[in-house]
Design a protein. Structure first.
Length: 256
């Protein structure tokens, strides 16, 4: 059929920035493709260039990685500097964990561990601020895998907060967003992280591996529902404030 109303319209691609050879955009990529956005995947750490403009893209997402936004590697510095492109062009940008910390660094903020070296590795609660509540409904528990947090640069709005690291979700201007947690993990991705990251489970405040997988069964439904709505807000500008999180299987949301 030439005009199938069930098929999403084809859009300009979303730039996807990953940091390891086998990294995946996970459910963010799945949901964006289902919403009609092709993916333009780049890995600057492996030599891929970043575009000089986003005029041919619907926006950009920079994902996490094992490196720090404070690292001296050239690609880290290039990505932080490159954020001038979406900010200057007012194009949608989402930073996830490291990607959020890079946004903070670009805006003049600081990224650092807690003085007691406590981490967030596992499932932890977040609370929306008043500005966050006016934007949309939020999950109560989210998945983390980080040992650094960020302060709130001038001009940023705090959308959600936590206990160990207070700043969990931020917005800068109309179209730049950052989240400290991971909603993009499929079940297979979480299993890999639990296996390969097991040496981190002895860090202060980290949860044992079994709690990661058990927590997924309890908390992943609302987190997945939230992610789909959040992407609608960022890349479509949809008003999602009145949409409640389902927390269960839905034909409109992929379950992985």
């Amino acid at each position: 059929m030439l005009n199938d109303p069930a098929r999403p319209r084809r859009r300009a691609p979303v730039l996807i920035v990953l940091h390891q050879e086998r990294s995946s955009p996970g459910r963010v990529g799945q949901l964006l493709e289902r919403k009609g956005f092709p993916l333009d995947i780049r890995r600057p750490a492996l030599g891929d260039p970043l575009p000089e403009t986003l005029s041919g893209h619907s926006g950009a997402v920079i994902f996490g990685g094992p490196m720090s936004a404070n690292d001296p590697d050239d690609f880290v510095r290039r990505e932080i500097d490159w954020l001038e492109v979406p900010l200057k062009e007012n194009r949608p940008y989402l930073g996830i964990c490291l990607g959020a910390q890079m946004l903070v660094r670009h805006l003049g903020g600081k990224v650092a561990p807690n003085p007691d070296q406590s981490v967030e590795i596992g499932w932890y609660p977040i609370r929306p601020t008043e500005k966050g509540r006016l934007l949309m409904h939020w999950p109560k528990m989210v998945y983390h895998f980080h040992r650094e947090g960020f302060d709130l640069p001038r001009g940023c709005e705090l959308l959600a907060e936590g206990d160990t690291y207070p700043n969990q979700a931020i917005r800068y201007g109309e179209n730049a967003w950052g989240i400290q947690f991971h909603a993009e993990l499929t079940r297979a991705m979480m299993q890999r992280w639990v296996v390969h990251g097991a040496h981190r489970f002895t860090m202060p405040n980290a949860q044992p591996g079994r709690d990661h997988l058990e927590g997924r069964m309890l908390f992943d439904g609302p987190l997945h529902s939230w992610l789909s709505l959040f992407l609608d807000r960022i890349f479509d500008g949809r008003d999602v404030q009145s949409t409640y999180l389902e927390g269960a299987s839905s034909p409109s949301i992929l379950r992985n």
